[in-house]
Write a protein that binds this ligand. Structure first.
Ligand code: FES
Length: 133
């Protein structure tokens, strides 16, 4: 008889690949959670937790933090931010290598890989970096 292992962490519905071999029981996912601090150009900041399987925009919205955003697909650039400290994994379609080297990231397609500090509201600044070179 097959049974699924279901994560017992909040807001997670993952099941384990070992589901068919193990008895039904609750387990915790091994998805890392990171502290993310958004700094706003006006000087205020907000810190929230974001799991590594959520992009920074998803994590922020789930925590009640609402940075500028529009498409949520990595194509408009409205959610542009700049990583000041920490490691991320980008799945950006819009940003080129030079923009990424300057720390830019799109919140809707960037995933935390450590605790992070990010400055938000960087859409205008993003376009000061030449792209497509
Ligand atoms: S919301 Fe459009 S690129 Fe992120």
């Amino acid at each position: 008889m097959s049974a699924a292992l279901r994560c017992n962490t909040a807001a997670c519905s993952r099941t384990s690949a070992a589901a068919s071999r193990a008895p039904r029981r609750a387990v915790a996912c091994r998805v890392a959670t990171h502290n993310v601090t958004f700094k706003y150009p006006a000087g205020d900041e907000k810190t929230f937790q974001c799991t590594a399987d959520k992009n920074l925009l998803e994590g922020a919205l789930a925590a009640g933090v609402e940075p500028p955003h529009l498409c949520k697909t990595g194509s408009c650039g409205v959610c542009a931010a700049r990583v000041l400290a920490g490691n991320v994994e980008r799945a950006d379609f819009l940003l080129d290598d030079l923009q990424q080297e300057h720390g830019f990231a799109l919140l809707c397609s960037t995933f935390p890989r450590s605790d992070l500090t990010v400055i938000t509201n960087q859409e205008t600044e993003l376009h000061t970096i030449p792209y497509g070179l």
